[in-house]
Unconditional design. Structure first.
Length: 72
């Protein structure tokens, strides 16, 4: 059954699908080589961020920057 909204879609993302989305965004291409459109890129990023908020420790999320200064 097709997801009816963003929350349903997010709930159906498997760890494998999440990794595939990340790879597609990183390469700007789907696994079959087709380029992502700007809209697809934006939607994938929204899903990645939302998935990570629910399933990935904060320090392992995309774009994480530690607030600790390591120069001391």
């Amino acid at each position: 059954m097709k997801p009816q909204n963003f929350e349903e879609l997010l709930g159906e993302i498997t760890p494998e699908a999440y990794e595939n989305l990340k790879e597609a965004v990183e390469l700007s291409r789907w696994q079959d080589g087709q380029r992502l459109t700007a809209e697809q890129q934006a939607h994938c990023m929204q899903l990645i961020i939302a998935y990570e908020l629910r399933n990935v420790p904060e320090d392992q999320r995309s774009g994480f920057i530690s607030d600790r200064c390591k120069s001391n």
